[in-house]
Each structure stands twice: as structure tokens, then as C-alpha cells.
Design a protein around this ligand. Structure first.
Ligand SMILES: Cc1cc2nc3c(=O)[nH]c(=O)nc-3n(C[C@H](O)[C@H](O)[C@H](O)COP(=O)(O)OP(=O)(O)OC[C@H]3O[C@@H](n4cnc5c(N)ncnc54)[C@H](O)[C@@H]3O)c2cc1C
Length: 389
């Protein structure tokens, strides 16, 4: 049982917020828990946003429970459609417009924001993102208005989300241009050999890939939009999706004067910020210097933080956490090496796919990428990976 005065207040309703609420309720059914979120508070799985077109799912299909259902199930008070403007840490109050909302302990689970795509042109404001259920609803609504038989979509960004969206949309009835500023897709995640084959398979499926190119402008056009690239090429489009990256949301932490890390809100392995009554987890948090914008780490954090808040302090520890990249044209499992660790790739290809290993000069395995049938080889490689911490 928790023993602190005042409610536990969680800001956010994404996977991190609901995972924490669920884990906390397993240990403590009494402590008042208030969840405050800027969106409508529906429970959904964000990774499904990049496979929803192929599965013909609209936004309502992806929402697995309403805020009211979640409040009932977990014994929460949920204030949805409520944006927290700032935190008065000294007074233990959230600032919501003119209201001052008290907390005993506060958890920030405010996620990550899309890096803005800088665009010129009279339609620049029409660029879209796919970083929330609301974004997906808006995109689907927009595409439903398009009269073309095969709507054209330009996707800016050749990382995990850009490649997954290209793969998903091309399997629907869409023409896709994938524009990637790097020399290869999935830069930093896989070696060039794998990226080249992924590109070929996406192109065979109908995706036009533009490497070493940037989208610089978006203009109105009689048939829709025109996306201008940095080589003066213009791509007709009915939608431009920006997937150039995400960055942890730190505005609330800044307002409270909390310490920030290189990328996110700095927390220790107890998920505690520089204020002893404020914690953070999920995409917004940088845990002991490590910022990982994936589901498995946030689940580990939710379990540890629930125990810390409800019973006894538990340090979070991560094991190897490979990520499945959802590109059905090339099944891909990646344990990405840290960009800070020096090493090099060695790549083996056979008729079952690729096995690429990223090793330090001393021979230690630091990361890997496996494709197609060779994904099963993860059981051999995972035990060799270093612990994250
Ligand atoms: C398209 C896509 C595909 C992905 N696929 C995978 C995958 O296959 N595997 C994987 O491991 N990871 C994947 N990820 C990453 C994964 O989905 C995220 O790591 C995870 O969902 C983050 O959850 P979160 O709760 O931290 O943040 P979010 O889900 O972003 O939640 C943030 C919450 O904070 C609220 N909020 C923010 N600011 C305020 C405020 N000021 N006041 C009130 N509320 C506020 C928002 O309304 C929202 O409810 C994918 C991400 C995307 C975008």
C-alpha cells in the first residue's frame, strides 16, 4: 500500500500511463489515482498505427476501451481532453488554465512529439503526422475525401515509422513516394546491405524511394498537393506525412524546473526526476542517460515504478530488447547498437535471409539485424548482447 498524502496524478493516457495505472492497481486498490490527458483517453496500441491500413482498420477499430471504461476497470478518475499547461512543483499543483490541481506524487507520461518538418509553400500547414490515434483519425478522414482511384501519399522520413507506413499504405490502394534524407533507409538501425534489399522490395511492391533527398515545400495543386524536393523535383500528392523523427516532450518538465537529459526528462533508475515527488516514464523519459522510444522499456519502467510508488523502491533494469520492424515485404528484427558505441557490421546472407552483427573491436556483440527466416537466430544472439544497464 502506498503511503503518501494526496492523489497519485498521472499525466498522459498512452501505453506508459495505462501500463503504470494497471501495474499500480495490482499492488494498491485504495490510493486515489487521477489520470489527466490532453486527448480523449481511449486505450489503444500506438504500434498498430503503422499496420492499420493493411488491416483495414479505422481509428474506432483501434480504440480498445474508452476513458470511461478504463476509469471503471482500474478505479481511476480520468480527466480527458484536458491539457496541463505547467507544474508548480513547490506548491504541488498542476496548472490547467486558471485551475490549480493538487498532487501528492506526480508521474509524467507525456510521450514524444513529432519533429516539425520545415516546409515552404502555401500548403505547408497541411503536412500530417501519425503519432497518435487522433492523428490517424484525421489522416483517414482526409483520405476518405480524396476522389482519386489511387490516392498518392508522400512520406518524409526513411526511419522505422516512415518505412512501416510506406509498407502499410502500399498494401492498400495508395501510390507511395518515400523520401529519405539519408543515403539508406533505416539509417543507424541496419547495415547498408539490408537497407538496399529492403528498398528493392519496397520498390517492387510499388513504393518509389528517393534517397538523399528532402521534402522542402508543399503547395496547393488543382488535383491536390505538390511536394517539392531539394532537387527541384515535384511529387503530386493527396497527403504529405512527416515521419522525420520524434523527440521527448519536455515542456512540462521545463516548467517545473526539472533537470533534463540529452534528449528527455532526466530520471534515475527509480524513474524519479530531480524533484523527489515527480517521476517520468515512457517516451518522455531519459532513464539513467538512456532514451528508448519503444514499448518494451516503458513496460519494464511501469512495473518498477508501480512497485516503488505502492510498496518498496525497485530499480528498473533492461535486458536485450530487439524491435520488430513491421515491413511485411522484409520481416526484420533489430537490436540497434547505440550510436555512441564504436564498432562495425559484419553481414552474412544466405537463401534464408540476412544475419548482420554489430561488434566492438574487441569482438563483443553490440547489436544485430536479422531478416526473413533468420529472425529465429535471435535466440542465439540475445544472450550475447550487453545489458542496457
Ligand atoms: C507509428 C508508430 C509505430 C510504432 N511501432 C512500434 C513498434 O512496433 N514497437 C515498439 O516498441 N514501439 C513502437 N512505436 C513506439 C511506441 O508506440 C511508443 O514508444 C509508445 O507508444 C509511447 O507511449 P507513451 O505513453 O510514452 O506516449 P504517448 O502514447 O505519446 O502518450 C502521451 C500522452 O501524453 C498526453 N499529453 C502530452 N502532453 C500533455 C499535457 N501537457 N497535458 C496532458 N496530457 C498530455 C497525450 O495526450 C498522450 O495521452 C511506434 C510509434 C509510432 C508513432
Amino acid at each position: 500500500m502506498a503511503c503518501f498524502p494526496g492523489p497519485l496524478v498521472i499525466v498522459g493516457s498512452g501505453l506508459a500511463a495505462y501500463a503504470l495505472a494497471r501495474e499500480f492497481r495490482k499492488l494498491d486498490t485504495e490510493q486515489p489515482v487521477v489520470l489527466i490527458c490532453a486527448d480523449n483517453g481511449c486505450q489503444y496500441s500506438k504500434p498498430l498505427l503503422s499496420t492499420a491500413i493493411a488491416q483495414q482498420k479505422n481509428a474506432d477499430d483501434l480504440a480498445t476501451a474508452s476513458a470511461a471504461d478504463m476509469a471503471d476497470r482500474l478505479g481511476l478518475i480520468i480527466r480527458n481532453n484536458t491539457r496541463v499547461d505547467a507544474i508548480d512543483a513547490e506548491a504541488h499543483r498542476l496548472i490547467i488554465g486558471n485551475e490549480r490541481f493538487p498532487y501528492g506524487k506526480l508521474v509524467l507520461a507525456v510521450g514524444a512529439e513529432a519533429v516539425p518538418l520545415k516546409l515552404d509553400g502555401n500548403a505547408a500547414a497541411q503536412a500530417m503526422t501519425v503519432n497518435s490515434l487522433a492523428d490517424y483519425r484525421q489522416l483517414r478522414g482526409h483520405l476518405e475525401q480524396v476522389e482519386a482511384e489511387r490516392p498518392a501519399i508522400v512520406i518524409a522520413g526513411g526511419g522505422l515509422v516512415g518505412c512501416e507506413l510506406a509498407s502499410d499504405f502500399v498494401s492498400g490502394d495508395y501510390d507511395i513516394d518515400l523520401v529519405c534524407s539519408g543515403e539508406q533507409l533505416l539509417d543507424g538501425l541496419v547495415p547498408a546491405e539490408i537497407a538496399t534489399v529492403l528498398r528493392q522490395r519496397l520498390e517492387n511492391a510499388g513504393v518509389a524511394c528517393h534517397l538523399s533527398r528532402r521534402v522542402e515545400s508543399l503547395h496547393q495543386h488543382p488535383q491536390g498537393l505538390l511536394a517539392g524536393l531539394d532537387n527541384r523535383q515535384h511529387l503530386p500528392a493527396h497527403a504529405l506525412i512527416s515521419a522525420i523523427g520524434l523527440r521527448p516532450a519536455t515542456a512540462l518538465a521545463r516548467s517545473a524546473g526539472l533537470t533534463l537529459g540529452q534528449r528527455g526528462i532526466a530520471v534515475d533508475r527509480y524513474l524519479q526526476t530531480s524533484d523527489p515527488d515527480i517521476y517520468a516514464l515512457g517516451d518522455c523519459a531519459e532513464v539513467d542517460g538512456v532514451s528508448l522510444l519503444y514499448v518494451k522499456p516503458l513496460m519494464a519502467c511501469a512495473r518498477a515504478l508501480a512497485a516503488t510508488l505502492a510498496t518498496t523502491p525497485v530499480r528498473v533494469a533492461y535486458g536485450p530488447m530487439p524491435v520488430t520492424i513491421k515491413t511485411p515485404v522484409m520481416p526484420l528484427l533489430v537490436a540497434a547498437p547505440s550510436r555512441l558505441q564504436p564498432g562495425s557490421w559484419s553481414v552474412d546472407q544466405n537463401h534464408d535471409g540476412f544475419r548482420a552483427e554489430f561488434r566492438h573491436g574487441d569482438g563483443h556483440l553490440l547489436g544485430y539485424a536479422l531478416t526473413d527466416k533468420r529472425i529465429t537466430e535471435q535466440s542465439e544472439l540475445n544472450p550475447q548482447l550487453p545489458e542496457f544497464f
